[in-house]
Design a binder for this molecule. Structure first.
Ligand code: SER
Length: 331
């Protein structure tokens, strides 16, 4: 049987960047997404389908020897809030289906399928924590946070079961903060204002876009963030570890914590005529108020060498702004 890696949600912000980072590897990748694929890499089989199609998922595991799964397909926090039933189907039932099928495949083949699950700061709540540890109070108030926590726990349970049976899945997960990518503009999430603001400023200056961004989160709401490059590096690092002995399977990571007003102050250094207007939306604000202002990342540093090189200034000046300028000059 041919070895393969399965990436679900392969068109999404994280999925597409991870797939790009694997494009030179000779191993077969199966890229599964509900939409028509946006790339055309070698050694990649594109499948347009839902992760809830159990027949198809089982067929893939029967056809290929899937050694690693990167399961990104999901509805983000605001989209989930607007479609709770669909969120349950995709974020919970779909995820359980992929975990169960990977577990069965590992059990039959007497090996471990490495399984990566992107969790989120949305598992925290109901109060805003500072330097939240993995084991701090986790009582999510949103449907999305509840979905993520349920799958963290389900994956961890299946991981423990696998270790007792010496076969099944090796579950690894990261609780992502807001992700800022110079290449894509997300929507449907609560932390999207940060990347949206940066892209709006770059488009305004480089392509005559709108000169004002309407921010729906209050100026002083602090949230943790990470750049897409470090998010991808971290996924690769945690998955490349031979073994993570820790019972903890979901780790916090972040690069910096930012408020909308700090972001605009920094962006203005580069794009001085760009401005921002606040029009706080309760639906977003009430979620942001339950997510941590910052994360304690000691466990990730200790267990799988998570590291970051940026401070507030260099995050923008040395990383995001040069990359976003290059991106819009090219596209
Ligand atoms: N960034 C995501 C959101 O805002 C959280 O994981 O929904």
């Amino acid at each position: 049987m041919k070895k393969a890696i399965l990436v679900t949600g392969s068109n999404g912000e994280i999925g597409s960047q991870l797939l790009a980072s694997m494009q030179d590897s000779p191993i077969t990748k199966i890229a599964l997404d509900i939409n028509e694929s946006i790339t055309n890499y070698d050694n990649t089989i594109y499948i347009k389908d839902s992760i809830t199609n159990s027949e198809n998922i089982k067929k893939l595991f029967n056809q290929f020897k899937i050694t690693e799964v990167y399961h990104f397909a999901a509805l983000l926090s605001q989209t989930a809030m607007n479609n709770p039933q669909l969120a349950k189907e995709i974020n919970e039932e779909g995820s359980k289906l992929i975990i169960d099928t990977a577990f069965e495949s590992g059990s039959i083949n007497k090996n471990f399928v490495k399984f990566f699950f992107p969790s989120s700061i949305a598992v925290y709540g109901p109060r805003k924590l500072i330097k939240a540890k993995e084991t701090d109070i986790i009582q999510p108030t949103t449907i999305y946070g509840k979905n993520k926590l349920l799958i963290e726990r389900y994956g961890t349970k299946k991981h423990e079961e696998s270790h007792q049976n010496n076969a099944g899945i090796d579950f690894r997960s990261i609780r992502f903060p807001g992700i800022i990518s110079p290449y894509t503009i997300p929507n449907g999430g609560t932390t999207d204002f940060a990347p949206q603001m940066l892209h709006a400023a770059a488009v305004f200056l480089l392509k005559n876009g709108e000169e004002e961004y309407e921010c729906k989160i209050s100026a002083d709401t602090k949230l943790p963030f990470i750049g897409i490059e470090e998010a991808i590096n971290s996924i690769i690092r945690i998955m490349n570890m031979e073994d993570i002995a820790s019972q903890l399977r979901s780790f916090n990571i972040q690069e910096i914590s930012l408020t909308p007003s700090q972001i605009i102050d920094t962006i203005k250094k580069e794009f001085p005529n760009f401005s921002i207007k606040y029009n706080v939306e309760e639906k977003l604000q009430s979620v942001a108020d339950t997510w941590p202002d910052s994360l304690n990342c000691e466990k990730a540093k200790k267990e799988w060498d998570f590291s970051t090189q940026y401070d507030h200034n260099s995050f923008f000046m040395d990383y995001l702004i040069p990359k976003i300028k290059k991106h819009y000059e090219r596209n």
